[in-house]
Design a protein around this ligand. Structure first.
Ligand SMILES: C[S@@+](CC[C@H](N)C(=O)[O-])C[C@H]1O[C@@H](n2cnc3c(N)ncnc32)[C@H](O)[C@@H]1O
Length: 336
């Protein structure tokens, strides 16, 4: 797994080799489910993961009469359809494959992608930092490959809404395919708009209230004013950014706006462990960097957050500093 670039418009390599075993057999889609989680017997039209003895994962769309071809012979889909997941199937050449439905975190790192995706460790933090709740009205941009969209849709559930904006129509089409593949069809709670976030918001006849905003784009600071007009008091705005310069610009822009609480910036490091007999140690292949989260909460109209008690570090805003500059707010002062 690797981090996205500043604009995220790259295709990352996935650590596990994932082969998409495309089938040419026409097959019905199983009924959509709001959570994207299917239980019970495996059905034609479902995507499963076959893991070989070397740990390589192969994504397979089950089809009646279909075959997953490997260099060690084929695996018949019919040997899986109608049975439970968590079974081992053997290819004609004798290789054993573990068959499981992918969890959401596996789906998002193995699904086809145009833009770099938000990885599960960051998606989990985003849901918690934003406190995304069932019924929440969420705005997201850019949709990219739709990885975060899947997590947001699951968190808001059928009573909430996720409005996703993506300015590249090829990425939007990929996001749509991925979301439809995970949930079985596009959830009713989802609205995907192709276009620039701010332009699209400003083109709306009436600003629609929003509870939570998640931005994963090159220049989130450009969207702060338009989103502040729509965020409810107490609502959360969060930006996921890849570089420290983006982090700094986002933090300072939120401060200068004045209608947000003091921004918080974090990053999450996840270290997997190898545990085998006496060899218990961190794994060697830790992902060093993905991105930073910057979040702040919307104040009620007319209020600014109380002035910070701590003075900035000496030189923080010295003559070399060229970014947005907050005027020292008078405590309790009102802002439109
Ligand atoms: C890194 S990708 C997003 C990936 C996505 N979060 C996911 O998990 O799959 C960033 C996307 O933001 C889009 N983007 C950048 N600026 C935008 C804007 N102002 N309005 C809408 N989309 C924008 C880019 O086209 C790109 O697809």
């Amino acid at each position: 797994m690797s981090a996205g670039t500043a604009d995220g418009a790259t295709t990352d390599a996935v650590t596990d080799a994932v082969t998409d075993a495309v089938t040419t057999v026409d097959t019905p889609q199983p009924a959509p489910v709001p959570s994207g989680v299917r239980i019970g017997p495996l059905r034609a039209g479902e995507r499963i993961t076959l893991t070989d003895p070397k740990g390589r994962r192969h994504s397979v769309l089950l089809a009646e009469g279909g075959t997953f071809h490997t260099t060690k012979g084929g695996v018949s889909h019919d040997a899986l359809i109608g049975g439970p997941e968590g079974v081992v199937v053997t290819s004609v050449g004798g290789t054993a494959f573990l068959a499981l439905r992918p969890l959401l975190n596996e789906f998002t790192v193995t699904m086809p992608r145009g833009a770099a995706v938000i990885y599960p460790k960051d998606a989990a933090q985003i849901l918690m930092a934003c406190d995304v709740f069932p019924g929440a009205r969420v705005v997201e941009a850019g949709a990219g490959s739709g990885a975060l969209t899947c997590s947001l849709l699951r968190a808001v559930g059928p009573t909430g809404s996720v409005r996703s904006y993506e300015r590249r129509d090829d990425f939007a089409a990929q996001a749509r395919r991925n979301v439809e593949s995970f949930f079985g069809s596009a959830p009713e709670a989802w609205d995907l708009t192709v276009g620039d976030l701010v332009e699209q918001l400003e083109a709306e006849p009436e600003p629609r209230p929003v509870d939570r905003v998640v931005l994963d784009m090159l220049a989130p600071w450009e969207c702060v004013d338009a989103l502040a007009e729509r965020l409810v008091p107490g609502g959360v705005l969060l930006a996921y950014v890849a570089t420290t310069t983006q982090l700094a610009r986002t933090v300072e822009t939120l401060r200068v706006h004045g209608g947000f609480t003091e921004p918080e910036a974090t990053e999450t490091l996840l270290r997997a462990w190898h545990a085998e007999g006496l060899a218990v140690r961190p794994r060697h292949d830790m992902v060093g960097h993905t991105g930073f989260l910057v979040s702040a909460r919307r104040m009620a109209p007319g209020f600014t957050a109380p002035a910070r008690k701590r003075r900035p570090a000496p030189g923080a805003y010295g003559e070399d500093y060229t970014g947005p500059r907050a005027a020292a707010p008078a405590e309790g002062s009102a802002r439109g």
